[in-house]
Each structure stands twice: as C-alpha cells, then as structure tokens.
Design a protein around this ligand. Sequence first.
Ligand code: GRF
Length: 241
Amino acid sequence: MQSARSSPAERKRSCAERAGTARAQGYDKMEKKMLRTVVCVSGGGTNLQAILDGIERKEIANVQIVRVISNNRNAYALERARNAGIEAVCVSPRDYADRAGFNRALIQKTDEASPDLIVLAGFLVVIPPELIRRYENRIVNIHPSLIPSFCGTGYYGLKVHEAVLKRGVKVTGATVHFVDEGTDTGPIILQKPVAVRQDDTPQTLQRRVMEEAEWIILPKALDLIAGGRVTVVNGRVTITE
Ligand code: GRF
C-alpha cells in the first residue's frame, strides 16, 4: 500500500475517493457510478453469497459484480456466480508452467474485466505484487480474526481458529481491510468482535465468525466504499458519516 514506488498523490487515490470526486462534481446518489467489482474466491463462496444477497436486498448500493475468479475449478463459489448470472472464470496454477505464468494470467483475467474494485472473499492465493500496485487501495480482503491478532503468514482458514482456541482468547472476530504488499497489513476498514465459547471447536468458531461477523462487515464495507465514504490517508481508513 505505502510502497516506496508510489507518489503521495497516488497513495491517496482510491476508488472511494473517486466516488467522492464524482459527488463533488454534482452527481447525486442515483447517478453515482457503479463500481465494477471482481470477486476472487477459492472455496464455498459464502462471503460471495453475502455480497450477492446484499446487492439483491439493496443493502449494498452502486456495486456491480462483473466477474468471479477462482484458482480452484471445483469451488462451489463458481456455481454461485453462475446461478446469479455472473461470469465465472477459473485461473488454476495447474494450467501454467510456473508461478510467473499463473500470475500473468490472473492479472490478465482481472484487468480484462476493467474493475474499479477487487474483493478477495476467501481467496487462498498470494496476490502478485504487480496486481497490488496496480489496484492500490482498490483491493479488499476479509480475514477471520481481529487484525493484528492471528494474522499474517500461515494464518488462513481453520488455522486461524485453531490458534485462537489454543491461545485461549475470549474474543475473536473478523476484519475487512485494503490489501497492501504485506500479509494482512493493509488499512483496516471494518472489524467486528465475536465471543469465543468454552466448548468451541475450530469448526464451530469458524462458522460463528462467518455468521456473526464476516457476512455482515464485508457487504457493509463494500457499501461504504461505493458510497464514497471511505478514505485512506497515511495507511489509515477514515469513514465519513
Ligand atoms: C472465510 O472464513 C474467510 O474469512 C477466509 O476464508 C473463508 C472463506 O469462506 N479468508 P467462503 O468461501 O466465503 O465460504
């Protein structure tokens, strides 16, 4: 995010700010530009479903999912996309000789959808730095803990919840953040706590974190971004009322 290669002006630029610019130029809410959004997935796609439902229920305004990309051709998330009439694309590392080839294909499949916003909704792929730089402050990730706890390299999927239970913390939760070149280090947009129960297993905790936090804050964050209410300055997010 705060890469040495980008100028301060570039660092401040985000889709949210561009939406704010549109407002300043006299567009009213109805005329506000739809954010073309690519959602990247690897598994079941319940977070993708939460976004689709949020759009359907008009709890998320000005977000249009234009493409869903998965690294896993068997991901049920791809089925959810097709059921919603959204283009579903698989970019599997198995189809490329090396990581560089996969990364190039991932970037190409993303770019050709001309996204304003990219959402990583359970995408178990290390994002190529080139993609992160190209879409600075325009890539959003959902992580199933309260960052900066239980995050970073190795903390994904059930491993997060196993570590939470092992440490014995009483509160966990989820975080939506912009993606920078670190692992789970980008500007935090929203967080929501979830109580840990004494009888939780990693599986029950994972499910409750999804139900009580992830499926709520990810759609909400997209609505805030598309509403021009999220700005990033010096690596920190401000949300305007
Ligand atoms: C979620 O727990 C998310 O936080 C993590 O991967 C899981 C994805 O679940 N990054 P789903 O594919 O959205 O159902």
